[in-house]
Ligand binder design. Sequence first.
Ligand code: BGC
Length: 751
Amino acid sequence: MTARPADPVLSALTLEQKAALTSGADFWHTEAVPAAGVPSALVADGPHGLRKQPEDGDHLGLGNSIPATCFPPAVALACSWDPALVRRVGAALGAEAASERVSVLLGPGVNIKRSPLCGRNFEYYSEDPFLTGRLGAAFVDGVQSRGVGTSLKHFAANNQETDRMRVSAEVDERTLREIYLAAFEHVVTTAKPTTVMSAYNKLNGVYATEHSRLLTEILRGEWGFDGAVVSDWGAVADRVASLAGGTDLQMPPDGSDDDVVAAVRAGRLDEAVLDQAVRRLLGVLERTARGRAGGAAEYDRDAHHALAHEAALSGAVLLKNADGVLPLAEQGPGRIAVIGEFARTPRYQGAGSSQVVPTRLDDALAAVERIAGADRIVFEPGFRLDGVPDAGLVADAVRCAAACETAVLFLGLPAAFESEGFDRADILLPADQQALLAAVHAANPRTVVVLSNGGVVSVADWESHAAAVLEGWLLGQAGGSALADLLFGRANPAGHLTETIPLRLQDVPSYLHFPGGEGQVVYGEGVFVGYRGYDTAQQDVAYPFGHGLSYTEFDLSALNLAETGPNRFTATFTVTNTGPVAGAVVPQVYVHDVVASVARPEQELKGFARVHLAPGESTVVRVGLDERAFAYWSTREDRWKVEAGIAEIRVGLSSRDVRLREQVRLPGDGIGPVLDASSTLDEWLDDGIAAAVLDAAGGPGLKAVLAGMSPGMRRAVGAMPMRALAVFGLGFTGDSLPRLLDAYTEARNLA
Ligand code: BGC
């Protein structure tokens, strides 16, 4: 059944039917009204694979679901820094959803990784909103290219699992705009997701599902979102308030339709609000009709597995490679010890609502044996997945490592350590695995560590025991074979970190403010999240944002900045593969504001590119920087603001490996704040119109007095409000101040 155009349908519906449409029919279906031609839509998780449950549903990852390709979860996919790849993965997910007649796929998750402790970080892309926005938009674009809708989630400030269904995220406006809304804004304005999912938590005291400023003023008013807002599962605390606030669809149903009908009848809810919600939901049905109608077509499982493999290759990050211990030789007399249960029992996705049943599962042990020959490989599990120390397993692993040329240890976080629904207490690699590594390294210093983890683990305690570290995150169903290809150099690592690996948990900028208590979490670190915090505080880190090694070397040169308009530039630079093998690299463009009137991060990512180069090959990369690249959110003026001044453009291979830099002059956006008697003398002198008025009124006297002051006194006087200065009679007095203000208002109106 295809949906009929919205308004005729709407007028055919009774109040009861309209109320019913704004709540699900069951766990995964929306309500249908067959007589009015309104079909039911099936929705399903999720971000890295289709989780369509056959019958009874749950959103906790407890029940089963039909087999689907398990692509690398966001934590790994993002490290590709490759929107084109993310788009292809999205399109494949869209095809799988359409094949199961799923109308809306519940993803992507674009919440910012505020703390490495968040139990759900594996479902999110980055600590940086610019990168998150680009990847999220590519995902939406890909899924929706198949006629299947998406649900951009979790809107907004859902950055922890602790108390997630009640906690109020206390976030100041600038931090909200620059860090926590920016990725949503980019995805909404550029990729037009069919739905947005309102989060469980409260934002500044109001449930996100009821937050009309967020859902109505900002999302719809400012960003022009014309889709429907769907609640997170079980997030609605008050059905009528959530409808009034802008949540159009409650999922799953809770039997509160009568409350809505009663509220309309009693005049507590404007029927127009309900009509609007129904209209938006009918719009979603229209936009997803193609997927439902053309659906049920088979997809190519092998091709999707191959894409999952390609994505896994792109997402693993080579953190360290001392003395070129990697890649391993495919052939040779030396035997290789493969140690660690994860080599045989891969940890490849996270737990909770995003958990899928893969169509197949590659393990690294089998893949390594295929490449190097089973007779060269000796396997020892080394540790137990339940974390109970086992001296016998360690002794066997040490014996095995001592007898081999190289030891490859597959370590990481067992599944029980992280999940949707709770946060971690630390970022340590389990103690039994650290002890195993130390013992193996003592027996054989040619030790390579391969990590499997959804949230960041610290490496400082143990990395001296590893010649090389390959961060494999959770790589999806083809992760095992991808890791083997990377270890042997059949593929060249090119993943780059999308979040900083700190030396210690205590160094994390949000450390003192996470996860809050008594129902509140104050985002006290403000905009200084992730590398914005570490770089500004010049804090040492284990591996910086953007870091990732390769089996080849890259050179960056010839940065040029061409002005393309006011506060707009195109940066061009050359990337050269100077090493022996082909490989990909991600040069990153950061903007540093040299002088700013508010505290700004040391630098912020504003552009990037992923380039693949043959040995000796060069290419010119072009990155556009628009006004927004230089703007901060002015709380005082309630808008994005570009100040006049100087910005430094930096190009590097991580936030700490800047290779090129160049300064540009910004004219600013020319819009100053409206000044008044409370504005300071310096604010008046910095404003062209106000300065001219001041000059005309009391110019010579004021100038002479200021010129005669000591530097310290000049600063103190400059920071005083005009009304206070008037008392001191610096060229104007309490009597003349009103005239000055009138003259300023007049001049401003004329300008
Ligand atoms: C999660 C969402 C998910 C929903 C449906 C919730 O618990 O927060 O991300 O889409 O369940 O499974």
